[in-house]
Design a protein around this ligand. Structure first.
Ligand code: IMP
Length: 294
């Protein structure tokens, strides 16, 4: 049995700084890891192990062992030999030998965005990595496909924050589904105003099975207005799927049929969500540094 992932950097004694740095990068992007969890015998005589290899990391989410090389060529050659042998003896094991440049590229390749935390000075911490989001969205899509089996639902997204989620979710729904969007005004200190429909539905939803897709439900006031509006058009059914539920802040009790993640009472950005129109393009969901929120 492997020990539980993910150990945090401060609790582990790393042999090299480069390993500690790699662990910090993984932590930053919410990728779970185990440090040296398994040794693979490479040469043995009867019961005696003559040579073994213990890769530095195992990343359970990616099912990948990772060995970090230092910059010294002699060590790299030796590690290359061991990795080759490990691959021959244990073909079912995925293992990668990474130098520093390689692992920065690897992290970017898996969609975790710019790998260097220092390049994202506005982000306080990552709540959900791109990988975690994709896995959850996949699960939601599978559930929705099961629940709506035999039907052709209309998915309605509320712009703009929902555009990443909507695009990914629909790719995991294995049903004929129509798509439409609404855009509504948000409160901007104009107490005389009310929620305005900036873009209404193009499709008619009378007698249709409507799945309303939201990025985040905070007080619930926006969702409540949209639900009222959709109900007035007499759909056959109306369910709500929200990627994020900031339940602690709820004022209006709206029912959510599908929820991706619950989030704490903090302002979050990324994966479509903005702060003053910025940060929507981050591939993960994170919190902003407090001093930026004014
Ligand atoms: P509600 O009406 O208070 O539930 O607010 C919902 C809308 O506010 C969402 O659709 C978002 O556009 C925005 N919102 C609420 N919380 C956040 C957040 O933490 N980050 C980004 N946008 C948010």
């Amino acid at each position: 049995m492997l020990p539980e992932a993910s150990a945090r950097t401060e609790r582990v004694q790393f042999a090299h700084d480069s390993e500690a740095e790699f662990a910090r990068i993984l932590d930053f992007y919410g990728i779970s890891w185990l440090y040296e969890p398994r040794s693979f015998p490479l040469r043995w005589e009867d019961d005696r192990i003559l040579e073994a290899f213990t890769p530095d990391f195992f990343l359970p989410d990616l099912n990948l062992y990772v060995e970090i090389t230092t910059l010294r060529q002699k060590l790299a050659t030796e590690k290359n030999r061991k990795v080759r042998l490990l691959r021959q003896l244990y073909p079912e094991i995925n293992v990668k030998l990474l130098n520093k440049k390689d692992y920065l590229r690897l992290v970017a390749k898996y969609g975790y965005g710019p790998p260097d935390a220092k390049k994202l000075p506005d982000i306080d911490r990552v709540l959900f990595s791109a990988g975690q989001i994709q896995r959850r969205v996949h699960e939601l899509g599978a559930r929705i496909s099961r629940d709506y089996r035999g039907k052709s639902p209309v998915a309605v997204g509320v712009l703009k924050g929902v555009f990443f989620f909507m695009a990914d979710l629909l790719r995991h729904i294995s049903l004929p589904v129509s798509v439409d969007f609404m855009a509504i005004s948000s409160y901007e200190g104009d107490s005389a105003g009310a929620v305005k429909i900036l873009k209404d539905l193009d499709l008619h939803i009378v007698k249709e099975h409507v799945l309303l897709v939201e990025d985040i439900v905070d007080t619930g006031m926006t969702l409540n207005r949209v639900v009222e509006r959709l109900r007035s058009q007499r759909p056959a059914s109306l369910k709500v799927c929200a990627l994020l539920d900031k339940r602690a802040r709820r004022l209006v009790d709206v029912h959510l049929d599908y929820v991706g993640f619950e989030v704490p009472d903090e302002f979050v950005v990324g994966y479509g969500l903005d702060y003053r129109q910025r940060y929507r393009n981050l591939p993960f969901i994170g919190t902003l540094k407090q001093e930026l929120l004014s």
